[in-house]
Design a protein around this ligand. Sequence first.
Ligand SMILES: Nc1ncnc2c1ncn2[C@@H]1O[C@H](COP(=O)(O)OP(=O)(O)O)[C@@H](O)[C@H]1O
Ligand SMILES: [Mg+2]
Length: 151
Amino acid sequence: MTNQCFDRVLTSEEDTKDLAQQIARQVSAPLQIHLIGDLGAGKTTLTRYFIRALGYEGKVKSPTYTLVEPYQWSSNQLYHFDLYRLSDPEELEFMGIRDYVTQDTICLFEWPSKGQGYIPKPDIEIELTMNGAERLVRVSCLSEKGAIHVE
Ligand SMILES: Nc1ncnc2c1ncn2[C@@H]1O[C@H](COP(=O)(O)OP(=O)(O)O)[C@@H](O)[C@H]1O
Ligand SMILES: [Mg+2]
């Protein structure tokens, strides 16, 4: 299959919310999303809008200190990882990464580079770049499951 990628400018958080909603409408488990970008680029913000768009109504916290935040509601299972503070990717083995990545789960990884070799390949990769007050985003569709369209 041909991989597609979409480059967009997110001029406000409203645009980020819109992107998150578009993605949420087109995906289902099993799914791996990798989020790339500097601190403050908007990875957690995008994830928060994505989880809400999927129908979760509770609080969405950054997993910066916990490494992973689990979400379960109706028939949905989702894990939001932030590997920024991971010192050794092997720690992912000890925390039982295999139990998180199943046919029934959607997993999002911030700082996937820190878990290289220990986390699954992405279906969708989202790269955010800060450009003053704006954010530039590149959404890369890397598998059949991740073949989405972005307006
Ligand atoms: N278009 C935008 N999309 C996402 N966040 C934005 C945008 N514009 C400004 N922001 C702000 O940038 C910050 C992004 O923080 P966060 O999502 O925690 O980043 P990261 O998880 O990449 O470190 C938030 O304070 C958010 O309000
Ligand atoms: Mg974050």
